[in-house]
Write a protein that binds this ligand. Structure first.
Ligand SMILES: Nc1ncnc2c1ncn2[C@@H]1O[C@H](COP(=O)(O)OP(=O)(O)OP(=O)(O)O)[C@@H](O)[C@H]1O
Length: 260
């Protein structure tokens, strides 16, 4: 795990007067699982969107497998595929599960519909869902919708080797789920990491303690637009760093300013 796959160097992003990311440096190594934590509104989702190539930073450089990215993901120059699983499952309500998961291939590939249908079925099986392709999102539980969104994120065109996402970015994948449904999702994230190298590297934004513990090899703490601390989960439990101590305890007193 020594090769940097994603490198952010001096990334800044301001919305209006709000400098959300302030000269952030972050490296994610191949095969690594990075948990990004920090208080609400501190730029965690923003950093994922920058890595995904959905948002351009104002300043700084992004390297994907050593290649500098210039522009957004739609420019299609990244040497490895990067997929994103959004906080809300973001499924189209008027489409079936099959049509949601296969959406990009149905719209943009030359593959036969029957072939796409098979690929969708495989991906749904990978996330532990069978025989639900014909259902609509409103007929699923929250946990199932999340799993469908995972299946969509790992969907790829077999005719295009670069299409398969090697990196997955998860934005609060267990938010709003009960503890057992969260465990199912956490296990799935690790299983996908080990399966066929589909998404062997990932970054995950989460507020849930169990998700941090069960899915992160390295934890990065973001606050006031900067990476303030990073370490393993056990280092997070033992460090005397005042920001982490306060975050760990949930105490309103401390260096983290409480926003009401
Ligand atoms: N497109 C945008 N336009 C304006 N402001 C934005 C935009 N996207 C994010 N912000 C602001 O940037 C700040 C950081 O948002 P972000 O969603 O990255 O935080 P977060 O750490 O993921 O928060 P949470 O833990 O609550 O999900 C917030 O103040 C948010 O309102």
């Amino acid at each position: 795990m020594t090769e940097p796959l994603i490198e952010l160097k001096g990334i800044s992003k301001t919305f209006g007067n709000n400098k959300v990311l302030d000269n952030v440096d972050l490296t994610i190594y191949r095969g690594e699982a990075v948990g990004i934590i920090g208080p609400s509104g501190t730029g965690k989702s923003t950093i994922l969107r920058v890595i995904a190539g959905l948002l351009n930073p104002d300043e700084g450089e992004i390297y994907i497998q050593g290649v500098r990215r210039d522009g957004l993901i739609e420019d299609g120059i990244d040497p490895v595929g990067i997929g994103m699983v959004f906080q809300q499952a973001a499924l189209f309500d008027s489409l079936t599960v099959d049509e949601n998961v296969g959406f990009l291939l149905y719209q943009h590939s030359k593959l036969a519909r029957s072939r796409i249908h098979e690929l969708v079925k495989e991906r749904l099986e990978m996330v532990g869902l069978s025989d639900i392709g014909h259902l609509f999102p409103s007929e699923l539980s929250g946990g199932m919708r999340k799993r469908v969104s995972f299946a969509r994120a790992i969907m790829s065109n077999p005719d295009n080797g670069k299409d398969s996402p090697e990196v997955l970015l998860y934005d609060e994948p267990t938010a709003g789920l009960d503890p057992i449904a969260s465990t199912v999702i956490e296990d799935l994230i690790r299983e996908l990491q080990l399966a066929n190298g589909v998404c062997s590297t990932y970054a995950i934004v989460t507020h849930q303690d169990s998700t941090i513990r069960r899915t992160a090899d390295r934890v990065v703490f973001l606050y006031q637009g900067k990476v303030q601390w990073q370490g393993t989960v056990s280092e997070m439990d033992s460090t005397d760093e005042p920001l982490i101590k306060q975050f760990r305890s949930g105490n309103v007193q401390g260096p983290i300013q409480v926003v009401n």
